[in-house]
Design a binder for this molecule. Structure first.
Ligand code: GLU
Length: 414
């Protein structure tokens, strides 16, 4: 595990991208720091009667291109530094996909997996009201992230609406019955697959002959697995927090999706595969590796053992800058998070558009628009990377930074 802060790592990626864009010093200072960071106490009466006080954060990184946008994570790693890093990633991600949002992130330092639903609901409502003065459907729009989901968004929307009036567009990633968009739930995993298909066409990977390993079987990993399986791609490894499964002959993905849909740990599943740890899974034999869970899982200690030829960053910040360099030197291509997982926020944009227009799209339209947006972003990024002979990550950051700098200048920020 690297001992550098997450924000320092994201800033290294920012600096490497910014070098390709001629930024004045004063613009550099504006783009590198956050606009607003708030920390709030979140007191929760637990079922035991005890009062626990959690810490919650919302960081608004840059709003030059539109309302602040980004997920809320409930995780023990979610401190101010990590949330700040993720907010910065959101700024470059929304700009790269050219959706009219800025970048933000929020979180509570907590492990919600051992809390009751009532406790999580109370925590969510308290947190929402504590940050509600900086939210708004034209100001800052949260969404799901690690350990949060459509139910969390429903509580957030209800808490906000009870104070300010019915506002479905205050959050995205809602249940369809509450103004959510058919297709949004699948959008991050599906978007990663659309980008991988773009890479397949460009690099001639021949996906039908590739072995894929996916770390993480939550919303993103399970949808990526489902989509790849439907395309006849062989998935040889998957994992969740309980551990991983590997079979060179390919895993029975529909059976595992059925297993996981009832919230059973993958480590308890039975079938024709070997049990592996999450660490072993990342370095197992495969051609395509999709980290779709936590950040910083590929670092300088294991990057030298990664066997894949392509890494698709469906998680946020899964590869440290030290590891990124090792992978690059080994000729392994990395499709960076701000491109690979941008289907989530692009889908959020489609949901928000439908909410503000009070008009519902069919899922076919949602998926077609998503595929087009992801393909366009991949093409623009790979053309820039080719033109400047730089890796995709540097190209993606440079494009995002350039767009945000242009909007910031037009708005008179500097
Ligand atoms: N949490 C997702 C991300 O990291 C989605 C954010 C959003 O839709 O606002 O991109």
């Amino acid at each position: 595990m690297s001992d550098r802060s997450s924000y320092a790592m994201v800033n290294q990626y920012f600096d490497e991208g910014a070098e390709l864009v001629r930024l004045k010093d004063e613009m550099y200072d504006v783009l590198k720091s956050s606009y607003r960071e708030i920390a709030v106490q979140v007191p929760v009466r637990m079922d035991s009667g005890e009062l626990r006080v959690f810490l919650g954060y919302r960081v608004q990184h840059n709003g030059a291109r539109g309302p602040y946008k980004g997920g809320i994570r409930y995780h023990t790693s979610a401190n101010l530094d990590e949330v700040r890093a993720m907010a910065s990633l959101m700024t470059w991600k929304t700009a790269l996909l050219d959706v009219p949002f800025g970048g933000a992130k929020g979180g509570i330092t907590v492990d919600p997996t051992d809390m009751s639903p009532r406790e999580v609901e109370a925590m969510t409502r308290r947190f929402t009201l504590a940050i509600s003065h900086i939210l708004g459907d034209n100001r800052d729009i949260p969404a799901p992230d690690l350990n949060t989901n459509a139910q969390t968004m429903a509580w957030m929307m209800d808490a906000f609406s009870s104070r300010y009036g019915y506002t479905p567009a205050i959050v995205t990633g809602k249940h369809v019955d509450l103004g959510g968009a058919p297709g949004r739930e699948a959008a991050t995993g599906r978007g990663a697959v659309y980008v991988l298909e773009g890479a397949d066409r460009k690099w001639g990977l021949d996906l039908s002959r590739q072995r894929v390993v996916i770390q993480g079987f939550g919303n993103v990993g399970s949808w990526a697995a489902r989509e790849l399986h439907q395309r006849g791609v062989k998935i040889v490894g998957v994992s969740d927090v309980s551990g991983g499964l590997y079979s060179d002959a390919g895993l029975d993905i529909p059976a595992l999706l059925g297993w996981a849909s009832t919230h059973r740990p993958l480590a308890d599943a039975t079938g024709d595969f070997d049990a592996v740890t999450n660490d072993e899974l990342l370095v197992s034999p495969c051609e395509v590796l999709i980290p779709a869970a936590l950040g910083e899982v590929i670092d300088e200690d294991n990057a030298g053992q990664v066997q894949a030829a392509v890494v698709v960053e469906a998680a946020n910040n899964p590869v440290t800058p030290e590891a990124d360099k090792i992978l690059h030197d080994r000729g392994i291509k990395v499709i960076p998070d701000i491109l690979a997982n941008a289907g989530g926020v692009t889908g959020s944009y489609f949901e928000w558009v439908q909410n503000v227009q009070r008009f519902r799209w069919k899922e076919d339209r949602f998926n077609a628009e998503l595929a087009e947006a992801m393909q366009r972003a991949f093409n623009v990024t790979s053309a820039f990377a080719d033109a400047h002979s730089v890796p995709l990550r540097r190209a993606a950051f440079a494009i995002g930074i350039e767009r945000v700098a242009r909007a910031s200048k037009l708005r008179g920020y500097v």
